[in-house]
Design a protein around this ligand. Structure first.
Ligand code: ATP
Ligand code: MG
Length: 365
């Protein structure tokens, strides 16, 4: 990955620009952690980058990052910038492209995120990020109070890095979190959710939850049920317990999953009908929250006689023929009945048996 990234740097530098790998990739590389994507900082503007890379995706917002995909690696390339005056501690009111790497590093959040690699593979570390990496400490670039006031998302980022890397927070950072945490309410729910997603999907999510509670951020973030989280097996199980779909933005798949997991929390996840109704994944998540045996849930699910309506050995035309009435609500009633009987092993899933059962119970429908 590094070799490929250095090639990209050289492509940019051969055109007469400066370019460096920066941020998460360098930090994780030095820690021996794999990265998914690579951030590059350069004095080339998005327009100039577009001329260099045919496949460059131009930023959707002004001053956004240019993204390119190369060798299945995603690069986010940002132009050196200075961020001038912040509105509502949300986002910079004005950004200015500059020509100076040092100044670009100074606007970044934490020292460990300012280490660069140049086109020769050499480390550039103006702000002593490596010392803090070695000391395993999260320290802001400059005054923590000011940096959190400019952009309070940095509070969440500090906790995310402290948990995912298992680092300590610098004392100044701790004090600034307490002093500035009220500013989190000015952030958009989108930005907060994005950061919380990263925190909760990490293997060290438990530490993230503990830190949020320790600093009382559950109140600031309106996560009233944060203290009820005792299992951090999956992102979706955490959001299900938090149950904040009315406040935070979730896509439809996430929403449906959260609703179903909450329903599955109220039933017996070893029960055949519950397993069938909510499916394996939802029952596993609900089971994890309740501390149930995941293997047992999987085993019982795999042993179910049917996994969907389609597995029943009868068609709706056959049902209509037996009842001899125009299609109506009775079809669903019969299906529900057959599913239950078959799942509880009271009825064999054979066409003949199913038909016989319907005829025998015909008065019910
Ligand atoms: P990861 O990609 O693993 O989530 P990252 O540190 O690369 O971590 P990104 O969101 O990709 O995080 O940001 C890239 C770099 O941009 C960061 O390393 C940091 O230098 C800078 N940065 C990101 N967000 C902020 C912010 N809110 N304030 C200041 N600098 C930031
Ligand atoms: Mg990154």
């Amino acid at each position: 990955m590094l070799d490929n990234a250095i090639k990209i740097l050289n492509i940019i530098c051969d055109k007469g620009y400066k370019a460096y790998i920066v941020g998460g990739f360098v930090r994780d590389y030095l820690l021996g952690i794999n990265s998914n994507d690579i951030d590059i900082t350069t004095n080339a503007t998005p327009k100039e980058l577009q001329e260099i890379f045919d496949n460059a995706c131009i930023p959707s917002t002004d001053y956004g990052a240019v993204t390119i995909n190369n060798n299945s690696i995603r690069y986010e390339i940002t132009t050196f910038r200075k961020e001038i005056s912040y509105t509502n501690n949300r986002k910079p009111e004005k950004i200015e492209y500059i020509d100076d790497l040092y100044k670009d590093l100074e606007r970044r959040d934490f020292t460990i995120n300012t280490i660069c690699i140049d086109k020769n593979g050499d480390i550039i570390d103006f702000l002593k990020g490596r010392d803090d990496l070695e000391k395993k400490i999260i320290k802001t670039v400059g005054n923590a109070m000011e940096r959190f006031e400019e952009d309070s998302l940095r509070i969440l980022r500090a906790l995310r890095f402290a948990s995912s890397l298992d680092f300590e927070l610098d004392n100044e950072v701790k004090e600034a979190i307490i002093a500035k945490k009220h500013l989190l309410k000015n952030l958009s729910y989108n930005r907060k959710k994005e950061e919380l997603d990263k925190m909760f999907s990490n293997v060290n999510a438990k530490k993230g939850v503990e830190l949020l509670l320790k600093f009382g951020l559950d109140k600031e973030l309106e996560l009233d049920r944060l203290k009820d989280i005792n299992n951090t097996e999956s992102l979706i199980s955490i959001w299900s317990i938090l149950n904040v779909t009315d406040i935070y933005p979730f896509n439809n798949t996430e929403k449906e999953m959260i609703i179903n997991i909450n329903k599955a929390l109220k039933v017996n996840n070893y029960d055949a009908l519950s397993l069938y109704k909510y499916g394996l994944y939802v029952n596993q998540q609900a089971g994890a929250i309740k501390g149930l045996d995941k293997k047992k849930i999987t085993r019982l699910y795999n042993r179910l006689k049917i996994h969907s309506k389609k597995d029943l050995d009868i068609t709706s035309d056959e049902i209509i023929n037996i009842i001899n009435k125009p299609p109506g609500e009775y079809i669903k009633l019969i299906y529900d009945d057959l599913e239950k009987e078959v799942l509880y092993n009271k009825l064999k899933n054979h066409n003949r048996n199913l038909k016989k059962y319907i005829i025998k119970n015909i008065n019910k429908y």
